[in-house]
Design a protein around this ligand. Structure first.
Ligand SMILES: Nc1ncnc2c1ncn2[C@@H]1O[C@H](COP(=O)(O)OP(=O)(O)OP(=O)(O)O)[C@@H](O)[C@H]1O
Length: 316
């Protein structure tokens, strides 16, 4: 096998940089044939993935694997680069993506039971012999005629506001306190968040309107926000997406919601709505913050069609 490693040394509050020498030692000990591509700026992994695929094609390399080493953002960008490449090279056989979790949240690893410790995750990658096809999320922005992909989730409202605040928190880049940046952001949003209006068209079902939406997350895996089990049954192995809509809760409902999440019973609450569909349409009014795989999408109105596409992953 030939491994192309796209590594974000800044992932996990520079955790990736700290463990990278040991990763290289493990690769050398396993006599792995690999090439490293270092990200130099945000979104660089998109270009690096395209560059690696082009090299793989030119060399006619039939046994290549692209390893995204970082957090969910690095994985997201690597997937995006692959999708861009195969839009142009439609007849090519897609090179599988592996994930080496050295970031902060690593929700994709949790969701697919990839070991959270890089050493075990790398051992699995190196001993793996075939790829598995999974369904990754795909969205079409109907207002801006653009599209994108996600391995984890696409969120509007509460989770996106948390991501925004956490990313801009002075705690985020700290190796120890970084893990608390989400917690601090959650508390902040809970206090100040204002509900918004949403229209949902789930598959062939009639349109549903929510006037006071708090959280609106379309997910392909159980976790979001660094380990919160928002949709325990979500799976990349079916071609459906799960949409969770939470209407703005009162303080006691919020406490109930958080407690019920731990018991995995929150979907029974009457202010929480769940849809499991192959295709979803979502429209928000007014400017809202969005997040995709933990990466900020900025503030705007959303008019989206969501579904899934297939892609091979180097997973067990
Ligand atoms: N060289 C770089 N300098 C600054 N930012 C970078 C660089 N390379 C990548 N990035 C950006 O770092 C951000 C965070 O990366 P990533 O998501 O992989 O790690 P994380 O945030 O620690 O993990 P997680 O998303 O699992 O919480 C991404 O937005 C990515 O574009």
């Amino acid at each position: 096998m030939k491994y192309f490693i796209i590594i974000n040394l800044h992932a996990g509050g520079d955790n990736a940089k700290k463990v990278w020498p040991d990763i290289q030692k493990q690769l050398a000990a396993a006599h792995a044939d690999y090439q490293t591509l270092y990200t130099a700026y945000p979104n660089h992994a998109v270009e690096l993935a395209e560059q690696a695929l082009s090299e793989i094609d030119t060399a006619n390399q039939t046994d290549a694997v692209l390893i995204a080493a970082g957090g969910d953002g690095t994985l997201h960008e690597t997937l995006l680069g692959c999708q861009h490449y195969y839009r142009v090279h439609q007849n090519d056989h897609p090179v599988p993506i592996a994930f080496l979790p050295v970031g902060s949240g690593n929700d994709f690893a949790r969701g697919l039971k990839i070991p959270l410790h890089w050493e075990k995750a790398l051992a699995d990658i190196l001993t793996q012999s075939a790829a598995k096809t999974i369904n990754v999320g795909h969205y079409t922005d109907l207002d801006h005629h653009s599209e994108g992909f996600f391995t984890n989730n696409f969120g509007i409202g509460f989770d996106a506001t948390v991501v925004h605040l956490a990313n801009h928190s002075s705690l985020k880049s700290h190796q120890f306190f970084g893990q608390f940046s989400y917690m601090a952001a959650i508390l902040n949003v809970i206090i100040h968040f204002k509900g918004f209006k949403t229209e949902i068209l789930p598959g062939n079902m009639p349109k549903v309107t929510f006037d006071n939406t708090f959280l609106l997350t379309t997910t392909d895996i159980p976790y979001f926000g660094g380990g919160i089990n928002i949709m325990p049954s979500a799976s990349v192995f079916d071609d459906h997406l799960d949409l969770v809509v939470v209407e703005k809760p009162s303080l006691w409902q919020l406490i109930l919601f958080v407690s019920m999440i731990f018991l995995k019973r929150h979907l029974r609450l009457k202010f929480i709505h769940h849809y499991h569909e192959k295709e979803l349409f979502i429209k928000t009014n007014g400017n809202r913050l969005g997040q995709i795989d933990g990466e900020e999408l900025g503030e705007r109105t959303f008019n989206l069609k969501l579904d899934t596409v297939k892609y091979p992953f180097w997973i067990r």
